[in-house]
Design a protein around this ligand. Structure first.
Ligand code: PLP
Length: 219
C-alpha cells in the first residue's frame, strides 16, 4: 500500500480518541508530503537536527513531535517550534526545556518517559521518579513547560502477554498520577509492532513509522 493509503487506513482503524503520530525519521520530505496531503499533520522524529531541517523545509502547520532521547545542549534548536517532547526523563532536562521555551515565549508540552521494558537499552524513569518531578517545587514553578502525559516503550518481543502487561502497568501508573495531576491527559504508547495491544490497554497516542512509510534504511 502507498503512504497515503496507509494514513487513511490508520485514520479509519484507530479509535477517534487515539492520536496518530507518523514517525518519519530517516524518510525524505517527499514521503512526509505524501502523508501530509492525505491529511496527516502530526509527525515524529528522533533526531533534533533532522527534525529541524524538515521543519524548515515543510509546511508550517505540521506539528512536530520529538520522540527520541534528548540531549540538553540540543533543546535550543527545537525550542522555537517543537509541539511535544515525548521522552523527558529528568528534572534537569525539564529545566532546560523551560528555559529555552521562555526565550521564545512559548509553553512546550512534554511527556515523561516511564521505563516499562525489560531491556536495559531503553530509557526512562520509574513511576516514583515521575511523581517526584511532578511534585517538585522546581517543576511547579515552571511557566514555560507543561507535562501533559506519559510515554513508554514495551519490550521488543513476540510475547504478547508480556507486552500487554507492560502497557497495563503504564496505564495504571498514568491513572494513579492523574488523580493528583489532572493536566495529564496523553498516554503515548504503541508502535508499528504493538499498537493494537497498546490501544487495547488504554493508549491514546500511537507512534507509527514503518507500517506507514516502509522499512527504514539507516545506511
Ligand atoms: C522509531 C520510533 C517509533 C516508530 O517505530 P516503528 O516500529 O517504525 O513504528 C516509535 N517510537 C519511537 C520512540 C521511535 O524511536
Amino acid at each position: 500500500m502507498s503512504i497515503s493509503e496507509n494514513i487513511k487506513k490508520y485514520r479509519a482503524e484507530l479509535p477517534e480518541n487515539v492520536k496518530l503520530v507518523a514517525i518519519s525519521k530517516t524518510k525524505p520530505n517527499e514521503d512526509i508530503l505524501e502523508a501530509y496531503e492525505a491529511g496527516q499533520r502530526i509527525f515524529g522524529e528522533n533526531k533534533i537536527q533532522e527534525m529541524t531541517d524538515k521543519w524548515e523545509a515543510l509546511p508550517k502547520d505540521i506539528e512536530w513531535h520529538m520522540v527520541g532521547h534528548v540531549q540538553r545542549n540540543k533543546v535550543k534548536y527545537m525550542a522555537p517550534f517543537v509541539g511535544l517532547i515525548h521522552a523527558v526523563d529528568s528534572l534537569k532536562l525539564l529545566k532546560e526545556i523551560n528555559k529555552q521555551a521562555k526565550k521564545h515565549e512559548r509553553v512546550i508540552k512534554c511527556l515523561l518517559q516511564i521505563k516499562i521494558a525489560e531491556e536495559d537499552s531503553k530509557f526512562g524513569i520509574s513511576a516514583e521518579e515521575a511523581e517526584e518531578i511532578l511534585a517538585s517545587e522546581a517543576y511547579q514553578k515552571m511557566k514555560n513547560t507543561q507535562v501533559i502525559g506519559l510515554m513508554g516503550m514495551a519490550t521488543f518481543t513476540e510475547d504478547e502477554k508480556q507486552v500487554s502487561g507492560e502497557f497495563q502497568y503504564l496505564k495504571k501508573v498514568f491513572d494513579k498520577l492523574k488523580e493528583n495531576y489532572p493536566s495529564l491527559g496523553e498516554l503515548s504508547m504503541g508502535m508499528s509492532g504493538d499498537y493494537n495491544l497498546a490501544v487495547a490497554n488504554g493508549s491514546n497516542m500511537v507512534r507509527i513509522g514503518s507500517n506507514i512509510f516502509g522499512e527504514r534504511n539507516y545506511n
